[in-house]
Design a protein around this ligand. Structure first.
Ligand SMILES: Cc1cc2nc3c(=O)[nH]c(=O)nc-3n(C[C@H](O)[C@H](O)[C@H](O)COP(=O)(O)O)c2cc1C
Length: 186
C-alpha cells in the first residue's frame, strides 16, 4: 500500500469515536460455539437464554463463565437462583438457538428437557452440558459475568453450531474433530 506509514491501520476506530454497531461488528470476527444457558425460577419455572459468551475458566476447581445483559428479564432468576446449566448446541439446533434469543414468555413450550443435579434444565441432543452452582458474579459494564462451579456434566459429541460474523455456520471441517490427543495449548 503505497504512501502508508508502516504500522498504520487505515480503518482504526478509536474508543473515543466508538459506536456500538461498529464494535459489535468487529467483535463478531471471533468465531464461537453457541449455548443455551438455563436456570430455574420461582415455582420451578424454567428460563433460558442463547449465549455465546461461555468460556472455560479453571479445571481445578472446575469453573466456567458466561455473561448476561443487565437488561435481560431473566437476570433476577439467575442472580437469585444461584445456579445455571450450560447446554452446548449442535449444528441441528439453530432454530432452538433462535427461539431462546428472543424475549418471549414461555421459551420451553414443547421443548423437551430434564432437570440436572441443580434442577436447571438440561436439553437433549446438545454436544455437552455443564450443570453449575454460582461461584461468583460480577456486575461489569452493561452485563453481569457469572462464574459457575461445575457440579455435573456430560459429553455427548457431534458437530457444533458455530456463530461468526452475526451468522450461524456449521463448518464441514469441524465434523468429527480428533480429541484423542491432549490439546497442545494450556
Ligand atoms: C448467537 C447468540 C449469542 C448470544 N449471546 C449472548 C450472551 O452471551 N449474553 C447475552 O446476554 N445475550 C446474548 N445473546 C442475546 C440473547 O440471546 C437475547 O437478548 C435474548 O432475548 C435473551 O433472552 P431474555 O430476553 O429472555 O433474557 C445472544 C444471541 C445470539 C443469537
Amino acid at each position: 500500500m503505497a504512501g502508508m506509514a508502516a504500522g498504520t491501520a487505515p480503518e482504526t476506530t478509536t474508543t473515543q469515536a466508538l459506536d456500538g454497531r461498529t464494535l459489535r461488528s468487529a467483535l463478531g470476527h471471533f468465531a464461537t460455539g453457541v449455548t443455551i444457558v438455563t436456570g430455574i425460577g420461582t415455582r420451578g419455572r424454567p428460563v433460558g437464554v442463547t449465549a455465546n459468551s461461555f468460556a472455560s475458566v479453571s479445571l481445578d476447581p472446575p469453573l466456567v463463565s458466561w455473561s448476561l445483559s443487565r437488561e435481560s428479564p431473566n437476570l433476577a432468576t439467575f442472580r437469585e437462583g444461584g445456579r445455571f446449566a450450560i447446554n452446548i448446541l449442535s449444528e441441528d439446533q439453530q432454530s432452538l438457538s433462535a427461539r431462546f434469543a428472543r424475549p418471549v414468555e414461555d421459551k420451553f413450550a414443547s421443548v423437551p428437557w430434564f432437570p440436572g443435579t441443580t434442577g436447571c434444565p438440561i436439553l437433549p441432543d446438545g454436544l455437552a452440558w455443564f450443570d453449575c452452582r454460582v461461584h461468583a458474579s460480577h456486575d461489569v459494564g452493561d452485563h453481569v459475568i457469572f462464574i459457575g462451579r461445575v457440579v455435573a456434566f456430560e459429553e455427548r459429541g457431534g458437530a457444533p453450531l458455530v456463530f461468526f460474523g452475526g451468522r450461524y455456520l456449521s463448518a464441514p471441517d469441524l465434523y468429527e474433530p480428533d480429541l484423542s490427543e491432549p490439546p497442545s495449548v494450556r
